[in-house]
Design a protein around this ligand. Structure first.
Ligand SMILES: Cc1cc2nc3c(=O)[nH]c(=O)nc-3n(C[C@H](O)[C@H](O)[C@H](O)COP(=O)(O)OP(=O)(O)OC[C@H]3O[C@@H](n4cnc5c(N)ncnc54)[C@H](O)[C@@H]3O)c2cc1C
Ligand code: FES
Ligand code: FES
Length: 1360
């Protein structure tokens, strides 16, 4: 007997016996059989892989199925289909216990650097699709699973496969570009196809570059990578499904299983009868199929389900039956299966029968990501009874029939408004289960549509979702039956019954529309404080979506000859469903000069040095470090009040819980409890007072993460709440709650400027903050060394030195006893510059006190709650300008929401002021900046560091000015742009300015004039969709504004075998700094990069380092590396001279035997820097990085959604050290900016509670958000004499260029407003979300849903 028949399996009676012991779980991982004797029902597959099997390639990014970092492939044998199904799934949601007889493939299972990379791994690495690499294993596995099912996919398949994957670094373009080589359309021959090499690099260049401009201007350089290097995909080489599982699947029915954990019993019945028995025995047992809802409830809502029933394998719940009425789906059928079956039916049946099917398919297109749809069940969606379910409104409007079953019998109910008696409730009795769902065919004369509106198109939950059905009396347009069902408008899915009955018997024409709208406006109403907020928008959507349905039906009636009038041509775009066009792109950069030696890698598009390891999962991130023996896990205890005294802390329950070792509070800190990166104005652990929700009060330390997290939730804290609670900038202004100083920059004579001006315009704007959403959350492992107070910390931080000094301060030991090591980060973006230090300090204090290694990796929700983000800004401006558009005076006041401590807010405000004029020359100017002290977690550095806020407000008055003058915005911008030799408001003279060149090239690449003409024509022909365009420049000052930080060190060792160990002060967070430093060292030493190695950044090699920030790390560390290498070269010179024909190794050995030191320190400080705010003198910046972007968008005026149609970016990065990395920074920064200005919205309650604490509610751009047509050009022939090898800094400057998308949206809204007779400047705050876009496109529908009077209600969320 094979051990896979499991002698230890339960029989039916055992399953019913609560006292029986558990079964063994048997599954395969990467071809290896795993027998787990004690599987914990609460453990996820991801935890098991990482902690039990040591397979750390799969990453934890969110634990809620929203980022895809944990993606693995799950394979199951399907006996009825006689084939193995491969699916991508989220390891973070898949319960370990659900894997019996499954095979799991992880990123480690498909290839390795030491062995051979799988083509999927190789192509993402070589196409520069991996920066920090934290998302890479998940993306690799999504692609791998797709290719296992379909070795020749098309681009649409790839885009679908990536709907559930996020990347915060790359901007997605290189990933898609690299994987395009697997598609039918652009399949690469792998260097085998043509005589002269690869099909993609020889002759047929249209495969790579689609932009004609590149040919016209003959600037096409060598490509960023050569697909000829790619290995071909050979599906026959894939690891096979374990034959044991296959034979078992053929031979047996589904096994019955029982797994018992610490708190939860998992029961997997083998038959329907057994399930119904168990449901009678355990009426409160939770059924789990995909676990995509229950998993979230247990993890984030702290719900415990002591008994779980897993009906996934019961045949009756998995069958699909075609009947006369429609198609019946078993409740456990996955959404992927649902989609496949419906797609086939739509293809085969007459269209009039499949209107509902098509509508379900349209909803499924935007339902979660593929990983979720692969496991989530149709029954799970219904039974969750979520008010924003995407399927329930369709099922309700379609009148789907549900079969419910219990031991007592079966009943069939129609899904109507009675099915959901309340929030997340259904009419099922506790003993009942949902057996199946009948989705009916439609009949002739019936029309059906479904709509979903969400902040982001892909993988997002709905704001409003809807199913609409109308049936007409035969051959007429008289309404016989109407069902309008909405989600997002009440605590349950609802039917607009009054409206429907009011419209019965009416003709489907304008009068009906008017009736419907006024009735819906009354019926689908919401209280202004309704949970979810966006009340006006949601109400308007109910009308707008109905209007779309109205037009769609009208169009169908017209096409069938029932309706005489055709729909107006300019209205038709309102009826079109969104079609995604696969993106195309061009990258332009300067090739290295002729004659540059082959081995000189500077200026070449060299791949990120860790990219291969990142793609195979071998790259080690902080939490991938194997567990230390005796290691403990720490979980933070945080405040639930924004402003309060702590009255008591009760840890008794927590301390009695399993695995708990200790709790840590302020009194346990041996040194100082005061901390902060610039001033010590915050506590490591709150003593008696909390000043924000999320304020760290203490920590629980336990043997495992699960135990620590459970115990932390059991700590009881009582508070005395204090007043005032200051949350928003407006609150702070009211209470005059500001940090000091108030900064001012002033030049010229403002009064004179305003007197001289022909026009004066005043306005204001708010710009929201931004969550960093680095894919790897904050993590620290602290290891006490046992003597002299020594402590070693492995940290994901941009500031090794700051971490070292603040930890030493808290421990009360000299900094020399603390070593901080940073191997790499899974993204930083400023979020790990200062806010990471508090977590590191708490972990270090716990480790110090308990004398044991302690680890903590924050969960995504904790990280978002605790660590702060980009500062929200509010700006008021008064601008004076001439008729020509020339600005002569500007007065601007900025307020930023600093949160509860200073952190870096002053420097951030200073940078906002340094960028208040963006790229425009203004003779008379004054900017003033206030830092608002509020009861929010302290806000901090984020790529751009105040610049993107300062400049957005500048572009806002610029665009309003152009609008008020009726002049083209491009003309006004160009007129005001700086020229060579002009002075900035802070008196710095601009030298080597390339703004004009960037501007002209950008206009040319994007063919602005033709584009503008095209847009005008489009807008004339389309009433309900509008296009817009904007060209925006940027000038970004390079240097830390804190003078002392403009220094760097490096340490270079040459070993006697000639290998070189390089260390410098910068940290690697994906930006490719280490790669660039190797390039610098390689050129300076004149040796191949392969001889140079960087292991980590550490405080015991290069001390007193500045944070890796301000875009200046390549400049500073590059110069320090260069300095160290020059010193060494100088020492080697005599041996080179003596032995000119020798090689590197010969010279190194000779020097060693001659007793010459082969180790050198390098140092660099930026010369001629320093600025004085008092006197407005000096030079704050070493130089400026310039860039210009042109973007075109299309908005849907009825829903507020937008499409990014085109973007061209021209960026001056000097002589690029590495065009691949620099283009990666440009594209990645740009997409982060797209998120900032159009999508990402933090929602706080008026009491300071953050609602948006994970990818479910906080949306960063996804694959589908990149411009359909994207060109990035690095300005050629623009060397910069102020930085290493004539390069320029690139990390932060491109982010602001995404403002071109924001202002293109504003341009499109202007066109929409014109249709309603509105003209002139209007306020559009950032981000330009669908809600803001829709509300600003005022029309007949918005008028029916006026907003409630401010001050008459308490909103659900406030603008902070
Ligand atoms: C990242 C992410 C994105 C999502 N996106 C969307 C989205 O776009 N739109 C949307 O509508 N939802 C979305 N969801 C919600 C969720 O995925 C769906 O509701 C899904 O269909 C639930 O199915 P499941 O099998 O995973 O449910 P489970 O979590 O296994 O179960 C959910 C509930 O259904 C009950 N249940 C399951 N089967 C039965 C049965 N046969 N009889 C009685 N009760 C049963 C369970 O007891 C439980 O209460 C998303 C979830 C995640 C995590
Ligand atoms: S960690 Fe699983 S989806 Fe984010
Ligand atoms: S490379 Fe994708 S998140 Fe960093």
């Amino acid at each position: 007997m094979s051990d896979l028949t499991y002698g230890k399996q339960t029989n039916r009676n055992n399953l019913m016996d609560p006292n029986m012991s558990g079964d063994e779980l048997v599954f395969f991982v990467n071809g290896k059989k795993i027998i787990e004797k004690h599987p914990d029902p609460e453990m996820t597959l991801l935890t098991y892989l990482r902690r039990k099997l040591g397979l750390t390639g799969s990453k934890l990014g969110c634990a809620e199925g929203g980022c895809g970092a944990c993606t693995v492939m799950l394979s199951k044998y399907q006996p009825h289909l006689r084939r193995v199904l491969h699916h991508s799934v989220n390891g973070c949601l898949a319960p370990l216990c659900s894997l019996h007889h499954c095979a799991v493939t992880t990123v480690e299972g498909i290839g390795s650097v030491a062995g051979k990379l799988h083509p999927v791994q190789e192509r993402i690495a070589k196409s520069h699709g991996s920066q920090c690499g934290f998302c890479t294993p998940g993306i690799v596995m999504s692609m791998y699973a797709l290719l296992r099912n379909n070795p020749t996919p098309c681009m649409a398949d790839i885009e679908e496969a990536f709907q559930g994957n996020l990347c915060r670094c790359t901007g997605y373009r290189p990933i898609l570009e690299g994987y395009k080589t697997f598609t039918k359309e652009r399949r690469c021959c792998g260097g085998k196809g043509k005589e002269n090499g690869c099909c993609m690099t020889n002759g047929d260049k249209t495969n790579m570059y689609t932009d004609e401009h590149a040919y016209r201007t003959s600037v096409l350089p060598a490509p960023l990578y050569d697909p000829a290097d790619f290995q071909p995909l050979d599906p026959t080489q894939e690891i096979i499904f374990p034959p044991e599982l296959m034979s078992l699947g053929k031979g047996q029915s589904s096994p019955q299983l029982r797994f018992r954990g610490e708190r939860v019993l998992w029961l997997q019945p083998a038959s329907l009868e057994q399930l119904l028995d168990l449901k009678t025995q355990y009426p409160n047992a939770k059924m789990v199929v995909g676990n995509t809802e229950v998993g979230i409830e247990m993890k984030f809502k702290n719900l415990l389900y002591p008994v779980i029933l897993a009906p996934a394998y019961i045949p009756e719940l998995n069958t699909v039956q075609h009947t006369d009425e429609g198609i019946v789906f078993g409740a456990s059928c996955s959404l992927t299966l649902l989609g496949d079956v419906l797609k086939a039916a739509v293809g085969e049946l007459p269209p009039h029968q499949t209107e509902v099917f098509a509508a379900v398919l349209e909803q499924l297109r935007w339902f979660a990501g593929l990983q979720i749809r692969n496991v989530a069940a149709i029954g799970g969606n219904i039974m969750t009874a979520s008010p924003i379910s995407d399927l329930n409104p369709v099922f309700m409007a379609a009148g789907c029939k549900l079969t419910l079953m219990s031991k007592g019998g079966e009943r069939v109910v129609v899904m109507d408004e009675k099915f959901f008696p309340g929030y997340r409730r259904t009419i099922l009795t506790p003993e009942e289960v949902l057996l199946c769902v009948l989705i009916p065919y439609t009949k002739k004369g019936q029309y059906f549509a479904a709509y979903k509106q969400s902040p982001r198109r892909e993988d997002d939950i709905s704001i409003v979702t809807s199913g609409m059905s109308v049936t007409f009396a035969e051959g007429s347009s008289v309404v016989k039956h109407l069902a309008l069902s909405y989600g997002g408008m009440a605590a349950t899915t609802v039917l607009a019954k009054n409206t429907a009955s009011r419209l019965l018997g009416k003709q489907w024409k304008e009068e009906l529309l008017q009736d419907a709208c006024s009735s819906l406006a009354e019926e689908m109403t919401l209280h202004p404080s309704a949970p979810g907020g966006m009340v006006t928008y949601r109400r308007t959507l109910t009308l707008s979506l109905f209007y779309k349905f109205y037009l769609t039906v009208q169009q169908k009636l017209a096409s069938e000859g029932v309706y005489k009038d055709v729909v107006r041509a300019d209205y038709i775009s309102a009826t079109e469903i969104y079609h995604h066009k696969s993106p195309s792109s061009v990258q332009i950069f300067q090739a290295v000069p002729d004659g540059q030696k082959e081995e000189d890698v500077v200026g070449r598009p060299m791949m990120h040095l860790s990219a291969m390891k990142q793609a195979t999962g071998e790259a080690v991130y902080c939490d991938d470090i194997p567990l230390y023996e005796n290691e403990l896990y720490l979980c933070l205890i945080t405040s639930t009040k924004a402003h309060a005294h702590i009255l008591s802390i009760d840890t008794s329950e927590a301390e009695s819980m399993p695995g708990v070792v200790s709790c840590v509070f302020a009194k346990d800190i041996p040194g100082s409890n005061m901390t902060g990166p610039a001033v010590y104005d915050e506590t490591v652990l709150a003593d008696d007072m909390v000043t924000c929700v999320g304020h760290i009060i203490g920590a629980v330390v336990a043997d495992t993460q699960a135990h620590a997290q459970r115990a932390a939730k059991a700590v009881r804290i009582t508070y005395q709440e204090l007043q005032p609670v200051i949350i928003t900038i407006q609150d702070a202004i009211t209470h005059q709650s500001f940090f000091q100083p108030v900064r001012t920059i002033q030049r010229g004579d403002l009064d004179q400027g305003f007197t001289q001006a022909d026009h004066i315009l005043e306005g204001e704007m708010h710009m929201g903050g931004q969550e960093h959403f680095y894919l790897e959350t904050n993590v620290t492992v602290a290891v006490p060394k046992g003597e002299d107070g020594e402590m070693e910390l492995f940290v994901s931080t941009q500031s090794a030195t700051k971490t070292q000094s603040l930890v030493a301060k808290a421990l009360g030991v000299p900094a020399s006893r603390v070593v901080v090591r940073v191997k790499r980060m899974g993204g930083g973006f400023g979020g790990k510059e200062s806010r990471s230090t508090t977590l590191s300090t708490v972990v270090a204090v716990a480790a110090y006190r308990l004398k044991r290694p302690v680890r903590c990796m924050l969960d995504r929700d904790e990280d978002m709650l605790v660590t702060g983000g980009r500062h929200p800004f509010y700006g008021r401006y008064k601008v004076g300008f001439m008729k020509s558009g020339k600005v002569v005076a500007l007065e601007v006041t900025y307020y930023n929401n600093a949160g509860n401590s200073m952190d870096l807010s002053l420097s951030i405000m200073e940078r906002a002021l340094f960028h208040m004029e963006n790229s425009y020359s203004i003779a008379n100017i004054r900017g003033r900046g206030y830092m608002c002290k509020t009861h929010l977690p302290s806000n901090t550095a984020f790529r751009g560091f105040g610049g993107p806020q300062g400049m957005l407000i500048a572009e806002s008055w610029m665009s309003d000015m152009a609008l008020s003058l009726g002049l083209p915005a491009e003309q006004v911008r160009r007129l005001n742009m700086y020229s060579q030799g002009e002075r900035t408001p802070y008196s710095q003279i601009l030298e080597h300015i390339t703004l004009d060149r960037c501007w002209d090239e950008c206009l040319e690449i994007s063919q602005v004039n033709q584009r503008r003409a095209g847009i005008e024509q489009y807008n004339r022909k389309h009433r309900w969709t509008k296009r817009g365009l904007a060209v925006v420049p940027t000038k970004f000052g390079i240097s830390y504004t804190a003078l002392f930080l403009n220094q760097a060190g490096a340490l270079v060792h040459i070993y006697t075998d000639g290998s070189v160990l390089l260390t410098h002060g910068g940290t690697e967070m994906g930006q490719g700094l280490h790669t660039k430093m190797v390039q610098v060292a390689s050129r300076t030493l004149g040796i191949p990069g392969s001889k140079i190695h960087i292991t980590e950044t550490s405080t015991n090699t290069v001390p007193n380092t500045s944070p890796t920030a301000a875009s200046a790390s390549s400049d500073l560390n590059g110069a320090a590396v260069h300095n160290a290498c020059e010193i060494l070269l100088h020492r080697l010179e005599p041996y080179k001279t003596k032995n000119p024909n020798g090689c590197w190794e010969d010279w190194v050995r000779a020097a060693y035997f001659d007793r010459v030191s082969l180790s050198a320190n390098g140092f660099y400080k930026t010369p001629d820097l320093g600025y004085d705010f008092e006197t407005n003198t000096g030079r704050p910046f070493n130089y400026f990085t310039y860039g210009v972007a042109c973007s075109e968008v299309e908005i849907d005026c009825l829903t507020g959604s937008h499409k990014n149609i085109h973007t061209s970016i021209v960026m001056d990065v000097g002589n690029s050290l590495n065009p691949a990395l620099d283009i990666g920074q440009v594209e990645g920064g740009f997409m982060q900016g797209v998120g900032l200005y159009t999508l990402e919205e933090l929602k706080y309650s008026p009491q300071g509670y953050l609602f948006t604490r994970g990818p479910g509610m906080y949306k960063i751009p996804a694959f589908g958000d990149i411009p359909t047509d994207l060109t990035v050009s690095l300005l050629r022939d623009a060397p910069n004499d102020k930085a290493i090898f004539s390069s320029k800094a690139v990390g932060e400057p491109p982010l602001f260029l995404a403002a071109s998308v924001f202002f293109a949206i504003k341009d499109a809204i202007t066109a929409a407003r014109k249709e309603s007779g509105l003209s002139g400047p209007f306020r559009l705050d950032s981000p330009a979300t669908p809600e803001r876009i829709r509300n600003t496109c005022e029309d007949r529908f918005t008028k029916l849903c006026p907003p409630a009077e401010p001050g008459t209600f308490t909103p659900w969320a406030v603008v902070v």
